[in-house]
Design a protein around this ligand. Sequence first.
Ligand SMILES: Cc1ncc(COP(=O)(O)O)c(C=O)c1O
Length: 395
Amino acid sequence: MRTSSTSLMARIASARARQVGATLARQTSIGAPGMINLASGTPDFPTPPHVVEAGQRALAEGKTVYTAWAGLPALREAIAEQLRREKGLAVDPESEIIVTAGSQAAMLTVTLALLDPGDEVLVPTPFYDEYRRDIMLAGATMVPVPTLLEDSFEVEPSALEAAITPRTKAMILISPSNPTGAVIELSTLLRIASIAHRHDLLVIWDELYERFVYDGFTHASFAALPGMWERTVVINGFSKCYGMTGWRVGYVAARREIADAMLPIAHGMTICAPSVSQYAALAAINGPTAWFEEVLAEYDRRRRLWMQALDAMGLPYGRPRGAYYIMPSITSTGLSSQQFARALREEAKVMIGGAGGATDPFNEGFVRGSLAAPYIQLEQGLERMAAIVKKYQGS
Ligand SMILES: Cc1ncc(COP(=O)(O)O)c(C=O)c1O
């Protein structure tokens, strides 16, 4: 007799695996012929040549063995130097930085090292879904704090404060944001800092998209606010701003006691981040930066295209001021997020992200568009999307 995969899952998988598994939609194929991907989380510019060369050199020189668990000392020093130069932070490369296999591993390391069952973590929504799984894997509870499209999805500090209970241990903040494109202004960060101080909370601060900012906005780092280094865990990495998603290098920076708690977990996951990739990341951080200006100008051009197209479709959105995403509300079509994504995929061969539904109830009513596709493809994809929106708005 054949056992169904559901009952096999119930027998074999841990309760934890079943719980997080229920929140993860199966990866859909984006390679179907004629499909236009308006959902990509991967920047569409290549890893800069000087970074690729550094990786190749490391390979050729046999730098293919484990590095120090916390990462190559030279890379940690370069990260500390960048944090000092760009944010005015004094971080000890020896004891306060851990290089991880992508910032995804950094986030899980943080939740496993700092959270216990029963702890609550505030997360502004719509949000990056992995946060929920990482909090769940630690046995803790995510407390959603909705943000409003009308506020361009910027978190309202009083809403954060209203969600605090005696069990609240931390909040996860991201700026610029995946999936909303929101940025958190300095004045808002200062209000949040005073809440964090008053309620003695940790702040897990994801700044993976920090160089993608538009409209003259300057990224402000939470950890650099007066008194906040003590309670902030900085998550960052090389994937998005250096076109290095597949190299898998990220890092976490936090005061020594926090880093000490994380190191055994990071070690348990991967021992160290990929060695060759760390040499490439070192070249990225020490290398030229001017090339990124062109990337940013092009992403800004695409952002304007998206906004124009959504205006023409009559779909409201939060004006994205950072990252490379835009979140329109699709409720005027009468479809759920999932139904809208399916209609786009099946009727117009267009992929859109943030499908909502049972796996993603906090993002319901919205979809996530991406700027990470060539301009001409965006034009075509948005034209197709306009036809679908018109069809359902009119029916
Ligand atoms: C907000 C956010 N954090 C973390 C990650 C993980 O990135 P990586 O592990 O490639 O550094 C992503 C990837 O899309 C992301 O959007």
